[in-house]
Design a protein around this ligand. Structure first.
Ligand SMILES: [Cu+2]
Length: 395
Protein backbone atom coordinates (compact mmCIF):
# COMPACT_ATOMS: atom_id res chain seq x y z
CA UNK A 1 0.00 0.00 0.00
CA UNK A 2 3.06 2.28 -0.04
CA UNK A 3 3.55 5.19 -2.42
CA UNK A 4 6.20 4.60 -5.05
CA UNK A 5 9.55 5.95 -3.94
CA UNK A 6 8.42 6.37 -0.35
CA UNK A 7 9.36 3.92 2.33
CA UNK A 8 9.75 4.06 6.05
CA UNK A 9 11.09 1.88 8.83
CA UNK A 10 9.96 1.41 12.39
CA UNK A 11 11.55 -0.69 15.08
CA UNK A 12 9.18 -2.47 17.44
CA UNK A 13 10.33 -3.85 20.75
CA UNK A 14 8.06 -6.67 21.85
CA UNK A 15 8.29 -8.52 25.14
CA UNK A 16 6.83 -12.01 25.39
CA UNK A 17 6.11 -12.89 29.02
CA UNK A 18 4.18 -16.07 28.14
CA UNK A 19 5.16 -19.08 26.08
CA UNK A 20 2.72 -19.60 23.23
CA UNK A 21 2.15 -19.31 19.52
CA UNK A 22 1.64 -15.69 18.48
CA UNK A 23 1.17 -13.95 15.16
CA UNK A 24 1.47 -10.53 13.58
CA UNK A 25 -0.49 -8.85 10.79
CA UNK A 26 -1.51 -5.31 9.71
CA UNK A 27 -4.51 -3.43 11.11
CA UNK A 28 -4.85 -1.03 8.14
CA UNK A 29 -7.13 -2.53 5.49
CA UNK A 30 -6.36 -5.94 6.88
CA UNK A 31 -9.13 -7.29 4.63
CA UNK A 32 -6.65 -6.79 1.76
CA UNK A 33 -3.19 -6.97 3.27
CA UNK A 34 -3.77 -9.99 5.46
CA UNK A 35 -5.58 -11.86 2.70
CA UNK A 36 -2.56 -11.24 0.43
CA UNK A 37 -0.29 -12.93 2.95
CA UNK A 38 1.08 -10.16 5.17
CA UNK A 39 1.28 -12.19 8.39
CA UNK A 40 3.58 -14.49 10.30
CA UNK A 41 3.89 -16.51 13.50
CA UNK A 42 6.13 -15.97 16.51
CA UNK A 43 6.69 -19.11 18.55
CA UNK A 44 7.67 -18.52 22.17
CA UNK A 45 8.93 -21.65 23.88
CA UNK A 46 8.73 -22.54 27.53
CA UNK A 47 12.25 -23.19 28.83
CA UNK A 48 12.76 -26.72 30.09
CA UNK A 49 11.11 -30.01 29.23
CA UNK A 50 8.72 -30.09 26.29
CA UNK A 51 5.94 -32.56 25.63
CA UNK A 52 7.60 -35.10 23.33
CA UNK A 53 6.87 -35.10 19.59
CA UNK A 54 8.83 -36.47 16.64
CA UNK A 55 8.52 -33.25 14.68
CA UNK A 56 6.80 -29.88 14.61
CA UNK A 57 4.74 -28.17 11.93
CA UNK A 58 3.66 -24.54 12.09
CA UNK A 59 0.58 -24.04 9.92
CA UNK A 60 -1.09 -20.73 9.17
CA UNK A 61 -4.51 -21.45 7.70
CA UNK A 62 -6.31 -18.97 5.49
CA UNK A 63 -8.98 -18.77 2.82
CA UNK A 64 -8.80 -16.60 -0.29
CA UNK A 65 -11.59 -15.53 -2.66
CA UNK A 66 -10.62 -16.34 -6.23
CA UNK A 67 -12.72 -16.01 -9.40
CA UNK A 68 -12.16 -17.16 -12.99
CA UNK A 69 -10.09 -14.07 -13.77
CA UNK A 70 -8.05 -14.13 -10.58
CA UNK A 71 -8.58 -12.53 -7.19
CA UNK A 72 -12.00 -10.97 -6.62
CA UNK A 73 -11.28 -7.24 -6.19
CA UNK A 74 -11.45 -5.60 -2.80
CA UNK A 75 -13.43 -2.42 -2.09
CA UNK A 76 -11.55 0.75 -3.05
CA UNK A 77 -12.64 3.02 -0.22
CA UNK A 78 -13.67 0.47 2.36
CA UNK A 79 -14.13 -3.30 2.65
CA UNK A 80 -16.94 -5.07 0.85
CA UNK A 81 -18.64 -8.08 2.54
CA UNK A 82 -19.32 -5.97 5.62
CA UNK A 83 -22.14 -8.25 6.75
CA UNK A 84 -20.52 -11.66 7.08
CA UNK A 85 -16.95 -10.90 6.14
CA UNK A 86 -15.19 -12.07 2.99
CA UNK A 87 -15.29 -15.87 2.81
CA UNK A 88 -12.71 -17.31 0.43
CA UNK A 89 -13.20 -20.33 -1.82
CA UNK A 90 -9.59 -21.56 -1.76
CA UNK A 91 -8.02 -22.79 1.46
CA UNK A 92 -4.30 -22.12 1.94
CA UNK A 93 -1.73 -23.52 4.34
CA UNK A 94 1.23 -21.19 4.84
CA UNK A 95 0.09 -19.25 1.78
CA UNK A 96 -0.10 -22.23 -0.60
CA UNK A 97 -2.84 -24.67 -1.58
CA UNK A 98 -2.28 -28.41 -1.10
CA UNK A 99 -0.21 -28.86 2.09
CA UNK A 100 1.98 -31.98 1.92
CA UNK A 101 3.94 -33.84 4.57
CA UNK A 102 5.62 -37.27 4.62
CA UNK A 103 6.06 -39.04 7.93
CA UNK A 104 7.03 -42.47 9.17
CA UNK A 105 4.44 -44.77 10.67
CA UNK A 106 3.89 -43.96 14.33
CA UNK A 107 5.20 -40.41 14.18
CA UNK A 108 3.76 -37.88 16.60
CA UNK A 109 3.57 -34.43 15.02
CA UNK A 110 3.08 -31.29 17.07
CA UNK A 111 0.98 -28.87 15.02
CA UNK A 112 0.84 -25.17 15.81
CA UNK A 113 -2.35 -23.98 14.09
CA UNK A 114 -3.28 -20.33 13.45
CA UNK A 115 -6.37 -19.14 11.60
CA UNK A 116 -5.37 -16.10 9.52
CA UNK A 117 -8.67 -15.89 7.59
CA UNK A 118 -10.70 -12.69 7.43
CA UNK A 119 -13.88 -14.33 8.70
CA UNK A 120 -13.91 -18.11 8.20
CA UNK A 121 -14.02 -20.18 11.37
CA UNK A 122 -12.42 -23.56 10.73
CA UNK A 123 -13.18 -26.99 12.16
CA UNK A 124 -10.07 -28.96 11.31
CA UNK A 125 -9.27 -32.63 11.75
CA UNK A 126 -7.11 -35.48 10.46
CA UNK A 127 -9.71 -38.25 9.89
CA UNK A 128 -8.12 -41.60 10.64
CA UNK A 129 -5.43 -40.23 12.96
CA UNK A 130 -5.78 -39.59 16.68
CA UNK A 131 -5.49 -35.99 17.82
CA UNK A 132 -5.23 -34.33 21.19
CA UNK A 133 -5.26 -30.65 22.02
CA UNK A 134 -2.51 -29.49 24.36
CA UNK A 135 -2.35 -25.68 24.29
CA UNK A 136 -4.19 -22.53 23.24
CA UNK A 137 -3.12 -19.01 22.18
CA UNK A 138 -0.93 -18.10 25.13
CA UNK A 139 -0.30 -21.27 27.09
CA UNK A 140 -1.05 -24.92 27.84
CA UNK A 141 -4.39 -26.34 28.95
CA UNK A 142 -4.52 -27.70 32.49
CA UNK A 143 -4.92 -31.15 31.01
CA UNK A 144 -4.71 -32.60 27.52
CA UNK A 145 -7.88 -33.85 25.82
CA UNK A 146 -8.66 -36.18 22.93
CA UNK A 147 -10.59 -34.36 20.22
CA UNK A 148 -12.29 -35.31 16.95
CA UNK A 149 -11.59 -31.87 15.53
CA UNK A 150 -10.58 -28.41 16.65
CA UNK A 151 -12.60 -25.24 16.01
CA UNK A 152 -10.35 -22.28 15.23
CA UNK A 153 -11.84 -18.82 14.74
CA UNK A 154 -9.90 -16.04 13.01
CA UNK A 155 -6.84 -15.08 15.12
CA UNK A 156 -7.17 -18.08 17.44
CA UNK A 157 -4.31 -20.55 17.84
CA UNK A 158 -4.26 -24.15 19.04
CA UNK A 159 -1.47 -26.63 19.56
CA UNK A 160 -2.47 -30.22 18.80
CA UNK A 161 -0.56 -33.49 18.75
CA UNK A 162 -1.42 -36.01 16.05
CA UNK A 163 -0.11 -39.58 15.82
CA UNK A 164 -0.09 -41.22 12.41
CA UNK A 165 -0.52 -44.90 13.29
CA UNK A 166 -1.28 -46.47 9.92
CA UNK A 167 0.56 -46.36 6.59
CA UNK A 168 -1.28 -44.55 3.81
CA UNK A 169 -2.68 -41.09 3.39
CA UNK A 170 -4.37 -38.91 5.97
CA UNK A 171 -6.10 -35.71 4.86
CA UNK A 172 -6.15 -32.44 6.77
CA UNK A 173 -9.76 -31.32 6.35
CA UNK A 174 -12.10 -28.53 7.30
CA UNK A 175 -15.46 -30.17 7.96
CA UNK A 176 -18.45 -27.99 8.77
CA UNK A 177 -22.22 -27.73 8.51
CA UNK A 178 -23.18 -24.63 6.54
CA UNK A 179 -26.53 -22.85 6.39
CA UNK A 180 -28.01 -22.07 2.98
CA UNK A 181 -29.95 -18.86 3.60
CA UNK A 182 -31.78 -19.02 0.27
CA UNK A 183 -33.39 -22.40 0.90
CA UNK A 184 -33.11 -22.48 4.67
CA UNK A 185 -31.28 -25.78 4.85
CA UNK A 186 -28.13 -26.98 6.52
CA UNK A 187 -25.61 -28.93 4.47
CA UNK A 188 -22.23 -30.53 5.15
CA UNK A 189 -19.08 -29.04 3.62
CA UNK A 190 -15.71 -30.79 3.56
CA UNK A 191 -12.61 -29.07 2.21
CA UNK A 192 -9.22 -30.74 2.02
CA UNK A 193 -6.34 -28.49 3.03
CA UNK A 194 -3.61 -31.06 2.52
CA UNK A 195 -2.44 -34.65 2.76
CA UNK A 196 -0.01 -36.40 5.09
CA UNK A 197 1.61 -39.50 3.58
CA UNK A 198 2.52 -42.13 6.17
CA UNK A 199 5.22 -44.61 5.13
CA UNK A 200 5.38 -48.28 6.12
CA UNK A 201 8.71 -47.71 7.89
CA UNK A 202 8.17 -47.30 11.61
CA UNK A 203 9.50 -44.23 13.37
CA UNK A 204 12.77 -44.90 15.22
CA UNK A 205 11.87 -43.05 18.41
CA UNK A 206 8.36 -44.34 19.08
CA UNK A 207 6.53 -41.95 21.43
CA UNK A 208 3.42 -44.08 21.67
CA UNK A 209 3.45 -44.43 25.46
CA UNK A 210 3.68 -40.70 26.11
CA UNK A 211 1.15 -39.93 23.36
CA UNK A 212 -1.39 -42.45 24.71
CA UNK A 213 -1.36 -40.83 28.15
CA UNK A 214 -3.33 -37.65 28.74
CA UNK A 215 -1.01 -35.37 30.69
CA UNK A 216 -2.03 -33.01 33.43
CA UNK A 217 0.21 -29.94 33.36
CA UNK A 218 1.11 -29.44 37.03
CA UNK A 219 2.93 -26.20 36.23
CA UNK A 220 -0.06 -24.72 34.42
CA UNK A 221 -2.43 -25.81 37.21
CA UNK A 222 -0.19 -24.25 39.88
CA UNK A 223 0.21 -21.01 37.92
CA UNK A 224 -3.59 -20.64 37.82
CA UNK A 225 -3.96 -20.88 41.63
CA UNK A 226 -3.85 -17.08 42.26
CA UNK A 227 -6.75 -16.65 39.83
CA UNK A 228 -9.13 -19.28 41.17
CA UNK A 229 -10.68 -17.01 43.80
CA UNK A 230 -11.90 -14.72 41.00
CA UNK A 231 -13.59 -17.45 38.96
CA UNK A 232 -17.01 -17.19 40.62
CA UNK A 233 -17.28 -13.45 41.03
CA UNK A 234 -20.00 -11.44 39.29
CA UNK A 235 -19.06 -9.81 35.98
CA UNK A 236 -17.33 -6.44 36.38
CA UNK A 237 -18.24 -5.40 32.86
CA UNK A 238 -20.68 -6.58 30.20
CA UNK A 239 -20.33 -6.03 26.49
CA UNK A 240 -23.19 -6.63 24.04
CA UNK A 241 -22.27 -7.55 20.47
CA UNK A 242 -24.87 -6.40 17.98
CA UNK A 243 -25.57 -4.93 14.55
CA UNK A 244 -27.21 -1.89 13.00
CA UNK A 245 -28.15 -1.89 9.33
CA UNK A 246 -29.33 0.83 7.03
CA UNK A 247 -30.72 0.58 3.53
CA UNK A 248 -29.80 -3.03 2.73
CA UNK A 249 -31.49 -4.40 -0.41
CA UNK A 250 -34.91 -5.90 0.25
CA UNK A 251 -33.85 -9.39 -0.83
CA UNK A 252 -30.92 -9.35 1.55
CA UNK A 253 -33.20 -8.39 4.41
CA UNK A 254 -35.63 -11.17 3.52
CA UNK A 255 -32.86 -13.75 3.35
CA UNK A 256 -31.35 -12.67 6.63
CA UNK A 257 -34.70 -13.27 8.27
CA UNK A 258 -34.40 -16.94 7.44
CA UNK A 259 -32.24 -16.83 10.57
CA UNK A 260 -35.32 -16.43 12.69
CA UNK A 261 -36.25 -20.00 11.71
CA UNK A 262 -32.90 -21.56 10.77
CA UNK A 263 -30.45 -20.27 13.31
CA UNK A 264 -26.71 -20.86 12.97
CA UNK A 265 -24.61 -20.05 16.06
CA UNK A 266 -21.59 -20.08 13.72
CA UNK A 267 -21.66 -19.13 10.02
CA UNK A 268 -19.21 -21.70 8.67
CA UNK A 269 -19.33 -20.70 5.03
CA UNK A 270 -20.24 -17.86 2.71
CA UNK A 271 -23.68 -18.99 1.67
CA UNK A 272 -25.05 -15.64 0.44
CA UNK A 273 -22.11 -14.45 -1.61
CA UNK A 274 -23.74 -11.73 -3.70
CA UNK A 275 -25.80 -10.08 -0.95
CA UNK A 276 -22.86 -10.19 1.39
CA UNK A 277 -20.48 -8.74 -1.20
CA UNK A 278 -22.73 -5.75 -1.80
CA UNK A 279 -22.75 -4.73 1.85
CA UNK A 280 -20.27 -2.08 3.00
CA UNK A 281 -19.87 0.23 5.98
CA UNK A 282 -22.59 2.36 4.32
CA UNK A 283 -25.26 -0.18 5.22
CA UNK A 284 -23.75 -2.14 8.07
CA UNK A 285 -22.40 -1.07 11.45
CA UNK A 286 -21.26 -3.79 13.82
CA UNK A 287 -21.53 -2.64 17.40
CA UNK A 288 -19.90 -3.28 20.77
CA UNK A 289 -22.27 -1.81 23.32
CA UNK A 290 -21.66 -1.17 27.01
CA UNK A 291 -25.12 -1.57 28.59
CA UNK A 292 -23.94 0.14 31.80
CA UNK A 293 -23.32 3.45 30.03
CA UNK A 294 -25.06 3.06 26.67
CA UNK A 295 -21.76 3.85 24.97
CA UNK A 296 -20.74 2.12 21.75
CA UNK A 297 -17.50 1.17 19.96
CA UNK A 298 -14.79 3.86 20.18
CA UNK A 299 -16.86 5.88 22.68
CA UNK A 300 -16.22 3.12 25.22
CA UNK A 301 -13.12 3.55 27.38
CA UNK A 302 -12.86 1.09 30.25
CA UNK A 303 -10.29 1.62 33.01
CA UNK A 304 -8.83 -1.30 34.87
CA UNK A 305 -6.40 -1.53 37.77
CA UNK A 306 -3.21 -3.38 37.03
CA UNK A 307 -3.05 -6.73 38.82
CA UNK A 308 -6.77 -6.81 39.65
CA UNK A 309 -8.33 -9.44 37.38
CA UNK A 310 -11.56 -8.35 35.72
CA UNK A 311 -14.48 -10.54 34.72
CA UNK A 312 -16.05 -9.51 31.41
CA UNK A 313 -19.31 -10.95 30.08
CA UNK A 314 -19.59 -10.98 26.27
CA UNK A 315 -23.22 -11.24 25.11
CA UNK A 316 -23.79 -11.85 21.41
CA UNK A 317 -27.34 -10.65 20.87
CA UNK A 318 -29.59 -13.35 19.43
CA UNK A 319 -32.19 -10.77 18.40
CA UNK A 320 -29.79 -8.81 16.21
CA UNK A 321 -31.09 -8.56 12.65
CA UNK A 322 -28.46 -11.02 11.48
CA UNK A 323 -26.67 -12.76 14.29
CA UNK A 324 -23.13 -13.82 13.62
CA UNK A 325 -20.25 -15.19 15.66
CA UNK A 326 -17.52 -12.76 16.65
CA UNK A 327 -13.95 -13.75 17.52
CA UNK A 328 -13.20 -11.14 20.18
CA UNK A 329 -9.54 -10.25 20.63
CA UNK A 330 -7.89 -8.12 23.31
CA UNK A 331 -4.56 -6.43 22.72
CA UNK A 332 -1.74 -6.63 25.23
CA UNK A 333 -3.47 -8.96 27.69
CA UNK A 334 -4.28 -12.57 28.32
CA UNK A 335 -7.53 -14.03 29.66
CA UNK A 336 -9.15 -17.27 30.75
CA UNK A 337 -12.42 -18.43 29.18
CA UNK A 338 -14.45 -19.19 32.31
CA UNK A 339 -17.82 -20.22 30.88
CA UNK A 340 -19.75 -20.48 27.63
CA UNK A 341 -23.53 -20.12 27.89
CA UNK A 342 -23.27 -20.56 31.64
CA UNK A 343 -21.42 -23.88 31.41
CA UNK A 344 -18.17 -23.60 33.40
CA UNK A 345 -14.95 -24.44 31.61
CA UNK A 346 -13.08 -27.15 33.52
CA UNK A 347 -9.88 -27.00 31.46
CA UNK A 348 -8.43 -23.50 31.58
CA UNK A 349 -5.76 -22.03 29.31
CA UNK A 350 -4.55 -18.49 28.70
CA UNK A 351 -5.91 -16.99 25.50
CA UNK A 352 -6.15 -13.62 23.78
CA UNK A 353 -9.01 -14.38 21.36
CA UNK A 354 -12.34 -16.09 22.00
CA UNK A 355 -15.17 -17.03 19.66
CA UNK A 356 -18.56 -15.77 20.85
CA UNK A 357 -21.24 -17.69 18.90
CA UNK A 358 -24.40 -15.89 17.76
CA UNK A 359 -26.82 -15.91 20.66
CA UNK A 360 -24.02 -16.99 22.98
CA UNK A 361 -22.71 -15.64 26.28
CA UNK A 362 -19.02 -16.01 27.13
CA UNK A 363 -17.40 -15.03 30.45
CA UNK A 364 -13.69 -14.25 30.49
CA UNK A 365 -11.27 -13.35 33.29
CA UNK A 366 -8.82 -10.69 32.11
CA UNK A 367 -5.38 -10.77 33.74
CA UNK A 368 -4.76 -6.95 33.52
CA UNK A 369 -1.04 -7.56 34.07
CA UNK A 370 0.20 -5.29 31.28
CA UNK A 371 -0.30 -1.52 31.78
CA UNK A 372 -1.08 0.72 28.82
CA UNK A 373 -3.79 1.79 26.37
CA UNK A 374 -5.25 -1.14 24.53
CA UNK A 375 -7.98 -2.21 22.13
CA UNK A 376 -10.67 -4.84 22.22
CA UNK A 377 -12.11 -5.73 18.81
CA UNK A 378 -13.77 -8.34 16.67
CA UNK A 379 -11.15 -10.12 14.58
CA UNK A 380 -13.32 -10.45 11.50
CA UNK A 381 -11.51 -7.93 9.27
CA UNK A 382 -14.75 -6.53 7.81
CA UNK A 383 -16.40 -6.19 11.24
CA UNK A 384 -13.39 -4.33 12.63
CA UNK A 385 -13.49 -1.92 9.70
CA UNK A 386 -17.17 -1.17 10.22
CA UNK A 387 -16.67 -0.12 13.82
CA UNK A 388 -16.43 -3.18 16.05
CA UNK A 389 -13.64 -1.94 18.34
CA UNK A 390 -13.20 -0.11 21.66
CA UNK A 391 -10.52 1.19 24.03
CA UNK A 392 -9.50 0.06 27.46
CA UNK A 393 -6.71 1.21 29.75
CA UNK A 394 -4.79 -0.74 32.37
CA UNK A 395 -3.36 1.74 34.90
CU1 LIG B 1 -17.44 -9.71 14.31
Amino acid sequence: MGVEGVSDAFTYKVRFPDAGIYWYHPHIREDIQQALGLYGNILVRQPGARIPANREQILMLQDLLVGDAGLIPWGQESPTHALMGRFGNVLLVNGEPGYRLSVRRGEVVRYYLTNASSTRTLNVSFPGARMKVVAADAGPFEHEAWVESVVIAPAERYVVHVRFDKPGQVALVNKVIALDHLFGRFFPLVDTLGVVTVSRDPVRNDLRASFDALRRDAGAVAALEPYRRFLDKAPDQTLVLTLQTHGLPYLTERLMQVDSIYFAPVEWGGTMPMMNWASTGQQVRWVLKDPATGRENLDIAWHFQRGKPVKIRLVNERRAFHGMQHPIHLHGQRFLVLAVNGVPNTDLAWKDTVLVPAGGVVDILLDTANPGDWMLHCHIAEHLSTGMMMHFTVN
